[in-house]
Design a protein around this ligand. Structure first.
Ligand SMILES: [Mg+2]
Length: 223
């Protein structure tokens, strides 16, 4: 059996508009200057408090916990407002359909989102039940700690060499490799190709329609 683990934000769904909007509200309510958009998108994928710490340059006096609370509150509000949703990236539904139909593949998620956040995304897109293991910031240390991948492998009984993580950031690549798993970087998310390559991506994919083929090539026995 093979295990294909997906990151969520920047890999399955394009959440940048709602993330930037929630960050803007959180920093405004804390009366702090919002960091540049590139900095905000650069921390997507980390758990919330860890993400805020990085935005505060690891300054111990930076109110990371309070900002995380303000962000959660803003995100909850935004979800109820029209116009804020997290669309699937082009081709992603086709990838999930193809992989779900395979008897040799299990699907999972490893994300800095909460269980509640993942459930909202999957429900919105009619993807409930596709993923046999969902690892989140609620249950494990922030990426790039390998715990989410290790827990997903333990939950499914799949070995590291048969596990591949698909993600858009260096945090994903480092996490996967630290767990002994394979790593594929997708270039439609929030970190540049070079960052993905340098952090351990074995392959880079820029078109979702080619992803299943790349996964299969990766698992072909070396002649
Ligand atoms: Mg991501």
């Amino acid at each position: 059996m093979k295990l294909v683990l997906f990151d969520c934000d920047g890999t399955l769904v394009d959440s940048q508009h709602v993330i930037v909007a929630a960050m803007t509200r959180a920093f405004a309510r804390a009366e702090l200057a919002l960091p540049p958009r590139e900095a905000v998108l650069g921390i997507v994928g980390l758990s919330l408090v860890e993400a805020m710490r990085r935005l505060g340059d690891d300054d111990p006096h930076f109110p990371a916990e309070r900002l995380a609370d303000l962000y959660r509150e803003a995100f909850r509000e935004l979800r109820t407002e029209p116009g804020f949703f997290e669309p699937l990236f082009p081709g992603v539904r086709g990838v999930l359909d193809k992989l779900s139909a395979r008897e040799d593949v299990l699907l999972g998620i490893a994300t800095g989102k909460s269980q509640r956040g993942v459930a909202a995304v999957l429900g919105h897109h009619g993807l409930d039940g596709r993923f046999v293991t969902i690892q989140t910031a609620d249950d494990a240390p922030s990426k790039p700690h390998p715990a989410m991948v290790l827990q997903a492998m333990a939950a499914t009984g799949v070995h590291a060499e048969d596990t591949v993580l698909i993600g858009d950031t260096s945090f994903d690549m480092v996490m996967a490799r630290a767990a002994g798993a394979r790593a594929i970087g997708v270039t439609w998310g929030y970190h540049p190709r070079e960052t993905l390559r340098q952090s351990g991506a074995e392959r880079l994919v820029s078109d979702a329609d080619t992803l299943v083929g790349v996964i299969d090539e990766m698992w072909e026995p070396v002649a």
